[in-house]
Design a protein around this ligand. Structure first.
Ligand code: PEP
Length: 260
């Protein structure tokens, strides 16, 4: 069976950027994205203060934008938090939820990530739900148990219609920011595992975009994106350079021959 899904490549700037440098990066990405084929979709998730800048500079372009987190609360006395509705006010398309850095440094549980996913959906955003195992978990043979529990916690609180509107990013923690990507075989194996978990929720959910994240670079992107169940990437460090990010987006095209 051959299945052709469009590709999605999203940049995660993390806590990087300043107004002046952002302008050059956003304009460079918007300009370069014009040359990408229509089946490659592109987004950037910027720090909250720069959503307005992204809206101003990317509006009308091929590139969508979003945030890197949302609050689990709708509104109220939660000092320092940012509600999904606030993110949506800036015409954002995406909100990353459950990034491993938030799980590790802010103690976010899969149950909290599930609530954040609901908040993002209720605000009209596409949540990019991140899952992934640590090196210790992989080496102890717990990868599928850990990643399965992370995705199941989110799917458990969503209707089939809601689940069909999410994006899932498989990001092995040991590959994030380390320069050491998962091999295409390792990544495909986990994407196939996740695809089966999603399909078990409902036929409509089987085709949600499954992104790989973890040290994706222009040199390894095409090989990763060529895998049957890898629909694109969530890109950290390499999304901070317009040339590298655009080369990764272009590799999504080159790797788009999806067969399973
Ligand atoms: C990320 O932070 O989501 C990520 C994938 O980072 P990097 O590409 O730098 O490994």
């Amino acid at each position: 069976m051959t299945k052709q899904r469009s590709k999605l490549v999203v940049g995660n700037w993390k806590m990087h950027g300043r107004l002046a440098a952002n302008a050059a990066l956003l304009e460079g990405v918007a300009r370069g994205a014009q040359a990408l084929p229509p089946d490659v979709h592109v987004g950037v998730c910027v720090p909250f203060p720069y959503l307005a800048q992204a809206q101003a500079l990317l509006g009308g372009s091929r590139v969508q934008w979003g945030a890197q987190d949302v609050s689990a609360h709708e509104q109220g006395a939660y000092t320092g938090e940012v509600a999904a509705g606030m993110v949506a006010d800036f015409e954002s398309a995406f909100a990353i939820v459950g990034h491993s850095e938030r799980r590790a440094y802010h103690g976010e549980s899969s149950e909290l990530v599930a609530v954040k996913t609901q908040r993002a959906l209720a605000a009209g955003l596409t949540p990019i739900v991140c899952v992934g195992e640590t090196l210790e978990e992989r080496e102890s043979g717990a990868t599928e148990r850990v990643v399965g529990a992370q995705i199941d916690a989110v799917l458990a609180v969503l209707s089939v219609e809601e689940a069909a509107r999410i994006v899932v990013a498989y990001e092995p923690v040991w590959a994030i920011g380390t320069g050491k990507s998962a091999s295409s075989e390792q990544a495909q194996q986990m994407h196939a595992f996740l695809r089966a978990r999603l399909a078990a929720k409902g036929a409509q959910v089987a085709d949600v975009p499954l992104l790989y994240g973890g040290s994706v670079k222009p040199e390894n992107a095409a090989e990763l994106f060529r895998q049957a169940d890898i629909d694109g990437g969530l890109i950290g460090g390499a999304s901070l350079k317009a040339g590298d990010f655009l080369a990764i987006c272009a590799a999504a095209t080159a790797g788009a021959s999806v067969a399973s």
